[in-house]
Write a protein that binds this ligand. Structure first.
Ligand code: FEO
Length: 138
């Protein structure tokens, strides 16, 4: 089943092909998480898909951070801190899940969606503007 819980929109574009592709993969995995857990009710698969999402997101963050290093993005420190904050928060959800503490899966999925929308639309767009100003992207 494909519910498109989180639909790609042109406003998320960075116009950096590799980054847009990675963002789309993250959204695809999040949609899979939503479908499998909340639609198909296969909660036993939650941890595996969550791990996949976290691993891929960490890879994506590292790819962005490489670009920051190469092109001298001036707000790199703040941006890296946002990435780390996301990883820390997801880790807390993962620990709760492993301990089988009571929490609403929907809260986790909503957190992931809200965080990603805000980060892609605000923080990521800051380096897009920087790269455009420097003529690195058009
Ligand atoms: Fe696309 Fe800064 O994450």
């Amino acid at each position: 089943m494909d519910t498109d819980f989180f639909k790609w929109d042109v406003v998320y574009n960075t116009n950096i092909a590799s980054i847009d592709t990675q963002h789309k993969v993250i959204i695809k995995i999040l949609n899979e998480l939503y479908d499998v857990v909340l639609i198909d009710k296969q909660e036993d698969k939650l941890l595996d898909i969550l791990n996949e999402l976290v691993q891929y997101t960490i890879y994506h963050f590292e790819e962005e951070e490489k670009l920051f290093d190469v092109y001298g993005f001036t707000e790199e420190k703040e941006h890296r801190a946002e990435h780390q904050d996301f990883i820390n928060k997801v880790k807390v959800f993962g620990e709760k899940l492993e301990k089988e503490e009571d929490f609403l899966v929907f809260d986790l999925i909503e957190f992931l969606k809200d965080w990603l929308i805000e980060h892609i639309m605000i923080a990521d767009q800051k380096y897009v503007v920087f790269f455009k100003d420097k003529g690195i992207i058009v």
